[in-house]
Ligand binder design. Structure first.
Ligand code: NIG
Ligand code: FE
Length: 403
């Protein structure tokens, strides 16, 4: 007899069914109610190995040996945190304190973390990374991107990427975070290093190339040089753009077909039009505005223009020391004009789009079985109950990794 013709027609009996899900976010509007979430009420998900093989109504779930009763909780795809800076040492409590008494944020604080990171051993850096990854995992993050950018020498950037690559496929070369303090009086020499010897040492360990295009960091021409050199080595661009001031970053990102323009806090109409016309995702990072007391990015304006929006943490010791995607979802809903549905989509499918991934950020047959069981009947509670630990259980690639 022929084997199963589709994932839905038969599942192996050693599959696991998660049943009695009050509401399931699939992120496929063809499978359930509502665009963009494709919500199924009273749902089940069936997992075989590391993949989702079936989703649908709980009463129609195929027979399986293993069953998990979700107890009327909500299930969403694991969060995809497409922007973090987790290879660092030390912290910047004093700088945060000064800001909260009225100082403003500037890129200069990055130097404090560069000094601490250079002084740390590989073991210290990796232990620090693992600590924040575990923290993120417990809050529902099943995929994360992370960057170099606190080494700023050939050796220190390459080791940051090597350490990061032991823990994620989504590794970004950010040698162009700021001009290295060693070459502060010769930015052109530093750009030459970043696009030359440092790139050669770093490219084998990274998928992405990034640049902080901002006053006090790199201007449009320097940013273009960094991104085009990275592209020539097979890296795909993403850009820290328009965070602290208006500038060329967003339009450069679209022009070079960057996967994502990140921050997007200060946008002209031309910037929004460029994003709407291109395929670059706008990744919003409200933890940074929270922690620098800056104005919020206007998610509503971007969504209304048809731009794909991702939401991520930007977790780093300077501008956004949170590993919590749920916190960012709550901020985006309260202060950036997003609906809870839009914010949850942006933190899952949006993050996947920003990483050009189709295997994550959705719960549909064939997707990686990355999912979060919430201690709540609906994903809306992530914004409705801010600050409450609502993550009940986390599965990554079909295995329970938290809860
Ligand atoms: O994304 N903007 C540049 N980089 C980080 C901040 C890094 C830091 O302050 O240490 C950001 O906000
Ligand atoms: Fe960042």
């Amino acid at each position: 007899t022929p084997g199963p013709t589709s994932a839905n027609s038969a599942v192996a009996t050693d599959a696991t069914a998660i049943v009695n899900i009050a509401s399931l976010v699939t992120n496929d509007p063809s499978l359930g109610e509502g665009t963009p979430l494709g919500l199924i009420r009273d749902a089940a998900v069936v997992i075989e190995g590391d993949r989702v093989v079936w989703v649908g109504g709980s009463s129609k779930a195929p027979a399986t040996d293993n069953r998990i009763d979700a107890g009327g909780r909500a299930v969403i795809p694991g969060f995809v945190d497409s922007h973090s800076h987790l290879v660092f040492a030390g912290d910047r409590t004093a700088e945060f304190n000064a800001r909260m008494s009225g100082r403003s944020y500037s890129a200069g604080g990055i130097r404090t973390t560069v000094a601490a990171t250079r002084a740390a051993s590989d073991e210290e850096l990796e232990a620090n990374l693992v600590r924040y990854l575990d923290e993120a995992l417990r809050q529902g993050t099943t995929t994360f991107e992370t960057k170099s950018g606190y080494g700023l020498t050939v050796e220190d950037e390459a080791r940051a990427l090597r350490i990061a690559a032991r823990h994620t496929d989504e590794v970004t070369y950010l040698g162009a975070h700021i001009v290295s303090p060693d070459l502060a009086d010769d930015p052109a020499a530093y750009v030459a290093l970043v696009t030359g010897e440092m790139l050669d040492a770093c490219a084998p360990h990274a998928r992405w190339v990034d640049v902080f295009c901002e006053k006090g960091a790199f201007d449009g021409d320097q940013a273009r040089a960094v991104l085009t050199a990275g592209k020539a080595k097979g890296l795909v661009p993403r850009v820290h753009a328009n965070q602290l001031t208006y500038g060329p970053g967003v339009q450069l990102a679209v022009e070079l077909d960057a996967a994502s323009a990140d921050h997007c806090t200060h946008l002209t109409d031309a910037d929004v039009d460029a994003l709407a016309a291109g395929s670059t995702v706008a990744t919003l990072l409200p933890g940074a505005e929270f922690s620098t007391r800056a104005e919020w990015p206007d998610a509503r304006r971007l969504l209304d223009a048809g731009v794909t929006v991702a939401l991520s943490t930007d977790c780093n010791p300077g501008s956004s020391f949170t590993s919590s995607v749920p916190f960012c979802v709550a901020l985006a809903v309260r202060d950036m004009g997003m609906t809870p549905d839009e914010a949850v989509w942006s933190a899952t499918a949006g993050g996947a789009a920003a990483l050009r991934r189709t295997d994550i950020g959705r719960l549909t047959p064939g997707a990686r079985a990355d999912l979060v069981v919430l201690d709540a009947p609906s994903h809306v509670h992530l914004a409705y109950r801010p600050g409450v630990p609502l993550v009940h259980r986390v599965l990554r690639a079909g295995r329970t990794v938290a809860g």
